[in-house]
Design a protein around this ligand. Sequence first.
Ligand code: ITT
Length: 201
Amino acid sequence: MIDKLLIATNNKDKVREIRKLFESSNIEILTLKDLNIEIEVEEDKDTLEGNALKKAEEIWKIARIPCSADDTGLFVDALNGSPGVYSSRYAGENVTYADNRHKLLHNLKKVADGNRKARFKTCVCFYYDENKYLFFEGVCEGKIIGEERGEKGFGYDAVFLPDGFNKTFAELEIDVKNRISHRAKAFEKFKEYLTEFNLPE
Ligand code: ITT
């Protein structure tokens, strides 16, 4: 089993969630900040897998320790799967989470309640040695509501109602989101795998 894992992301909100997901494990989570690595990997692939692999590989090449990157997207049925892989720049380059949410709500304004199904998908790439990597996926089904609700979470959380709940991800406690979310599901599979995993000699 590995004892350290580098989380290849510049997104502080993700780091907070991932740290919590590994709280009960014996794996020490390191961030790019901990290792003074300053890099912005361009996400120019058209799949979550492509972007997750690109982020993990570029950072492994610098740090040379096992690392994971996740790429996540929100896929809305009524918008033919948009914003999808382009979730972080739905409203344009250098936009805020709020700009993206506003554009999404605007584009769904005329869509009836029964036709607002959506899902978050996370693809985690675990890159542990030169050209050696694996993917883990997690999906969370739900719908996009008509207005923002809640202050917790990040990104599209305030407009996403996960199936089986009357609260958005931004109204639910982080521990609840961390039990049912796309990222939680992907990282649970990953953690399970890591308990059996031995680095090649
Ligand atoms: P890194 O690539 O540095 O990891 P990022 O913010 O670019 O960070 P992604 O490309 O994976 O991350 O995510 C795309 C966007 O999807 C992100 O900017 C958020 O707006 C949104 N997002 C991701 N995970 C989310 C979550 O759990 N809840 C709500 N929105 C989320």
